[in-house]
Design a protein around this ligand. Structure first.
Ligand code: XIL
Length: 311
């Protein structure tokens, strides 16, 4: 049977999904996930608030469950993530600023060492940018300045030299102030010899708003010698979704997949969750949803068929 993973693999790409531990108890979901996707991103299980809820107190059980499931389905895993301002336990934000660097390095070293050799990639720093292309003034920036990003990448590389190291963000899919900020940062990190391997374009789109500059934008990062990946694709609709909406969504998915395939360094596309029932969108953007390729009952939507055709 035709599958997303089979079509992607035939082109040396992958097609991934996010999975949470809760998802693993739903056999309808896992049947679709196992058959269709060949890359797994843990939805929450490798984030700091789960893996180090107290200073030096680590918990890798939830993340390990995802890795075990992925391996048993011949899937690879994108580690997500090591450093992020969100889902960050309160103890980190409360540290005196001269202790933040040590805490960040210890966290990265311990987590990346735990998963050493088991992950295809790490999102080392997640969502570092403001919309205007400046760096977010989060606890890491405030303690260390811009250099926290180079420090995080070097620390991750020392712990797991074979994982591809990514910076990942949203609203950087098109050419704009924010993606210019990411581009300038990537260029400067590479010039300093910092171990950076790729850029993740989250791609949480609004229906009909896939940027027309997405392919050219990914290409300029690829031209720096970086891999690029679509890491968290979804396409949200104001509910209830009409059939015209679902057709537009199909066109949006096809456009994203074609943009990736047109860039030889675009290694793959991951959707954020298997189906509409699993998506984070309704919880975060009230009144919106229906953002994935599978409906509430894991039946393929027009976006699925369009993706198959585009692959
Ligand atoms: C989301 C998860 O899907 C939710 O379950 C959680 O409550 C919040 O985070 N950008 C990211 C992801 O990089 O980690 C986020 O995941 C979605 C936005």
């Amino acid at each position: 049977a035709t599958t997303l993973r089979g079509l992607a693999e035939a082109q040396n790409r992958y097609f991934g999904t996010a999975l949470t531990d809760g998802n693993l108890n739903n056999s309808t979901l896992t049947n679709v996930a196992g058959a269709q996707f060949d890359m797994v991103t843990p939805g929450n299980e490798m984030k700091w608030d789960t893996t180090e809820p107290s200073n030096g107190g680590y918990n890798f059980g939830p993340g390990d469950q995802i890795v075990t499931w992925a391996k048993s389905h011949n899937d690879r895993v994108r580690g997500h993530n090591l450093v992020w301002h969100s889902q960050l336990p309160g103890w980190v934000s409360s540290l005196p600023s001269n202790q933040v660097q040590g805490a960040m390095e210890a966290h990265i070293t311990t987590e990346a060492t735990h998963y050493k050799g088991q992950l295809y990639a790490w999102d080392v720093v997640n969502e570092p940018f403001n919309e205007d292309g400046s760096l977010r003034q989060d606890v890491f920036f405030n303690a260390m300045g811009t250099g926290y990003i180079a420090d995080a990448l070097r620390t991750a590389h020392a712990a797991d030299p074979n994982a591809k190291l990514y910076l990942n963000d949203y609203n950087i899919e098109g050419q704009n102030a924010k993606s210019n900020g990411m581009y300038n940062l990537a260029q400067s990190l590479l010039a300093q010899g910092v171990p950076l391997n790729g850029i993740g374009f989250e791609s949480h789109f609004i229906l009909g708003q896939v940027p027309s500059s997405m392919q050219a934008n990914m290409q300029r990062f690829a031209d720096l010698g970086l891999d690029v990946a679509v890491t968290e694709l979804d396409d949200r609709i104001t509910l209830p979704a009409s059939s015209a909406n679902l057709q537009q969504q199909a066109a949006d998915y096809a456009a994203v997949v074609k943009d990736c395939l047109a860039v030889s360094r675009c290694v793959g596309v991951s959707q954020w969750g298997v189906g509409d029932a699993d998506s984070w969108i309704p919880g975060t953007f009230p009144g919106q949803g229906a953002a994935t390729m599978y409906d509430q009952n894991y039946q393929p939507k027009p976006a699925y068929n369009a993706t198959v055709t585009a692959l």
